[in-house]
Design a protein around this ligand. Structure first.
Ligand SMILES: [Zn+2]
Length: 137
């Protein structure tokens, strides 16, 4: 099992708050990260180990990591349940354990489905994000 990182897995921010939590009756299976840039997100520790190299560098492209970071932040700004990012295991898999109060989502599908594809979609999302910030003060 991978050790607890001292930085954000998605954006690389240092000094983030990480907490190992219990899931599915097993101890310390899921890592909760509270990052000043990405907000709060959860991920299976073993799956994160597959997402990150031994030296802490990400295997995923910087663009993919950036997009995940932005989508997690957007979810937090909208005060919706934080994402439980899945990098492999899915509902129905033997070692898939849900975390109550989170929105479980496959990271690849999230970026593919939620990232704006063109200028009008980008502008729409920018206006929506601005409304979240304005509404929360
Ligand atoms: Zn981050």
């Amino acid at each position: 099992m991978a050790s607890e990182p001292d930085h954000c897995t998605l954006c690389g921010e240092k000094g983030v708050s990480t907490t190992k939590i219990r899931s599915g009756g097993r101890f310390e299976r899921v890592l909760k990260t509270d990052c000043s840039a990405c907000g709060i997100f959860y991920a299976d520790i073993d799956e994160l180990a597959d997402f990150v190299e031994e030296d802490g560098r990400r295997k995923a492209s910087p663009e993919f990591s950036f997009r995940l970071s932005v989508l997690c932040r957007e979810q937090n700004l909208a005060t919706l349940s934080p994402y439980y990012l899945r990098f492999g295991k899915e509902r129905g898999d033997e070692d898939y354990f849900p975390v109550p109060g989170t929105y479980s989502v496959n990271a690849q599908d999230l970026v593919k489905d939620r990232w704006p594809r063109n200028v009008p979609e980008t502008l729409d999302r920018a206006l929506i994000r601005t409304s979240f910030i304005t509404a929360s003060g």
